[in-house]
Design a protein around this ligand. Structure first.
Ligand SMILES: C[S@@+](CC[C@H](N)C(=O)[O-])C[C@H]1O[C@@H](n2cnc3c(N)ncnc32)[C@H](O)[C@@H]1O
Length: 251
């Protein structure tokens, strides 16, 4: 599907898919989206009117996912391995592009079994030939002892269901008078531990796809471990949570 072309910060070979390749993978993403049970996914993501809310966002998810995948292709090597922690439907077009166009292996983990089931059912129906499967569980457990050259972490540490206090502070939704300091400290330790566990799975040279709101967790780790970490200039909006996404290059 894709041609090899020299590029990249360390001179490794990178895949350079053609415009037609990108259109083909977008077609696969649309086919998979056509097989998703949006009513069920609507119940998982929204308090009410979920199916309609998804109808309004579906096209945007495909478009922004394609944009993110095109940028990611500039920062990762073919045949590498990605760990996507907290991956949901918004990441699906990117994951498909990684597997189909960039010849990469993708491990996608999410705590919500129902969401994984809905997405896996759609993949099995519309794209059974694609080696892509969402695993239910903590991303660290799902990853096991594998090593990765890319970590995808989009609106994970800001998850309001798992860490309401950390999320509230990050987004400026919690006023100091409302903040339970003990709960906040506990959640911050948990997020630090998760960030550190995911960071430890990365190769010496690696890329992290993450949101502006989550960058600080990785900067802290890189500083402690005296590793170089550089943000790239890319900024892409996300369709679901809405946080701007970019890349950190680790060396
Ligand atoms: C706010 S949602 C974001 C979903 C998706 N990344 C997006 O941007 O639309 C956060 C997700 O992270 C998942 N999550 C939280 N902790 C996790 C962990 N330790 N391992 C894997 N997934 C986790 C939750 O289950 C939830 O689905």
């Amino acid at each position: 599907m894709a041609a090899l072309e020299g590029a990249g910060r360390t001179g490794e070979r990178r895949l350079s898919p053609s415009p037609q390749d990108w259109l083909d993978v977008e077609k696969v993403a649309k086919k998979v989206f056509g097989a998703v049970d949006w009513a069920k996914l609507g119940e998982i993501y929204f308090h009410e009117d979920g199916e309609r809310q998804w109808q309004e966002r579906r096209q945007l998810v495909i478009e922004l996912g394609g944009q993110l995948a095109r940028r990611l292709a500039l920062h990762v090597k073919p045949e590498g391995m990605s760990l996507w922690a907290g991956a949901g439907v918004a990441e699906l077009p990117v994951l498909l592009a990684e597997v189909l166009l960039l010849d990469r292996t993708v491990v996608a983990a999410n705590l919500l079994e129902e969401e994984c089931d809905v997405l896996n059912a759609a993949l099995a129906q519309a794209a059974p030939q694609v080696a892509l499967h969402y695993e239910t569980g903590d991303a660290r457990d799902v990853a096991g002892d594998q090593a990765f050259d890319h970590l995808g972490c989009i609106s994970l540490f800001t998850d309001p269901e798992t860490w309401p206090a950390v999320s509230g502070v990050t987004y400026g939704r919690l006023h100091p008078v409302q903040l339970d300091l003990e709960q906040f400290a506990t959640e911050r330790d948990q997020v630090r531990e998760l960030a550190s566990g995911l960071f430890a799975l990365l190769n010496q040279e690696a890329c992290i796809t993450t949101t502006a709101e989550e960058v600080a967790w990785f900067l802290e780790l890189a500083a402690k471990q005296e590793r170089q970490i550089e943000p790239t200039d890319d900024v892409i909006e996300t369709a679901v949570v809405g946080d701007p996404v970019g890349f950190l290059l680790l060396s």
